[in-house]
Design a protein around this ligand. Structure first.
Ligand code: PLP
Length: 389
């Protein structure tokens, strides 16, 4: 019987043990035993599928990977300790000295730091394309371009790349296409369908959904994942089985949670439309979004993140944050609890004004990660804080 990916996210489970447990067990062990020397030899020679050591593989971690492969429509995967280790592991597994990466400046801050600060240590070249000017991307491809790396929607700009177009471009030039699908999750968008070779996530965000654990995952073409696996099993960014257990349980509710996050985000957008204290609202499924057509083409719904720009700029941003009574001031997103952040005074405060604008950050930009509380309470807290901003 072929099951829908959302059903598989609920039902995939490690083989039931002799205890006949219903909920999935947690294999919290560093290593695994062998009955004899021959079985052990065969495991090391990869002649059987036995687990050896949890840096290489672990049944609880594998269950999380299998569910993510089902959700993303991917052949294989490898899970990592954080989103950044998924990203760094992917760069290091595939990029050699002399290779070139094409990306855009509106990637997550730590990804940007790896590319701009550390790549030169290994003589890896990069170019940033403008996410708003796709017509300029092809000219930036060089003979040594090995990888195209994008985030869509971006953090915190909420800009999007047309993945169908990018899939065709990377195929034409035989380049590995990597998509960070953290903001949309596979419930709303499946980059593999559009030609992505590898899709990665910070599982810390919507996949966990309750702000408990750090985690990451890369899924995609089997042959590429095999290369990534061999690199990671030696270099050690593997996901802890405990965190994998939390994440695999979280995936059972991913679809319902994401639908509710979207419901609440839509209610917020509606309540903020035309508000006198804000210049604009940005939400992928709002017709005023400059990339609305792309969002409609490749996403099922608009997601749980909403941004808006306060007319009063930097000072209003700080006042707004101080006036919030329920929303959390914390540097995470994708939680059941709604979170507000003010990038210009926090995460992006070290950038110049011009650099902030280039990645879509205005002094008065507020990012809301819309949670699962009753939508009226989220809206009311934001409206009362706007009055005081
Ligand atoms: C889009 C995106 N990618 C990657 C990361 C990094 O993930 P982690 O914090 O799990 O290392 C984040 C974290 O905020 C993110 O928002």
């Amino acid at each position: 019987m072929s099951l829908h990916p959302n059903t598989q996210a609920v039902r995939i489970q490690t083989e039931r043990t002799n205890e006949k447990e219903h909920s999935t067990p947690l294999f919290i062990t560093s290593s695994f035993c062998f009955d004899d020397a021959e079985e052990m030899r065969a495991a090391f020679a990869e002649e059987n599928d036995n687990n050896i050591y949890s840096r290489f593989s672990n049944p609880t971690v594998q269950e999380f990977i299998d569910k993510m492969c089902a959700l993303e429509g991917a052949e294989a995967g490898f899970a990592t300790a954080s989103g950044m280790s998924a990203i760094f592991g992917t760069f290091m597994a595939f990029l050699n000295s002399g290779d070139h990466l094409l990306s855009c400046s509106s990637v997550f801050g730590s990804t940007h730091t790896i590319i701009t600060k550390y790549f030169k240590r290994w003589k890896i070249e990069y170019s940033y394309a403008d996410i708003k000017k796709p017509e300029e991307w092809e000219a930036l491809i060089r003979p040594n371009t090995k990888m195209i790396y994008v985030e869509t929607p971006t953090n915190p700009g909420l800009d999007m790349v047309d993945m169908e177009w990018l899939g065709q471009l990377s195929k034409k030039h035989n380049i590995i296409l990597v998509v960070d699908n953290c903001f949309a999750t596979p419930v709303l968008q499946k980059p593999v369908q559009f030609g992505a070779d590898l899709v990665l996530h910070s599982a810390t965000k919507w996949l966990d959904g309750q702000g408990r654990v750090l985690g990451g995952i890369v899924v995609g073409k089997e042959q590429l994942i095999r290369e990534l696996y061999l690199f990671c099993r030696n270099t050690g960014p593997s996901l802890s089985p405990f965190n994998a257990w939390v994440l695999t349980k979280s995936l059972e509710t991913l679809d319902v949670r994401i639908q509710r996050h979207c419901d609440n985000a839509e209610a917020l957008v509606k309540a903020l439309e035309g508000h006198p204290k804000i210049n604009w609202i940005k939400y992928p499924f709002h017709p005023s979004h400059p990339m609305y057509a792309i969002a409609k083409k490749q996403m099922i719904r608009g997601g749980g993140l909403v941004t808006f720009d306060l007319k009063g700029g930097l000072e209003s941003g700080k006042k707004f944050m101080d006036a919030l009574r329920m929303l959390s001031l914390t540097s995470n997103l994708g939680d059941s609890r709604s979170i507000a952040s003010h990038p210009a005074s926090t995460t992006h405060s070290k950038l110049t004004g011009q650099e902030q604008l280039e990645v879509g950050i205005t002094p008065g930009l507020i990012r809301i990660s819309v949670g699962l509380e009753y939508s009226g309470d989220i809206v009311n807290d934001i409206l009362q804080a706007l009055e005081q901003s």
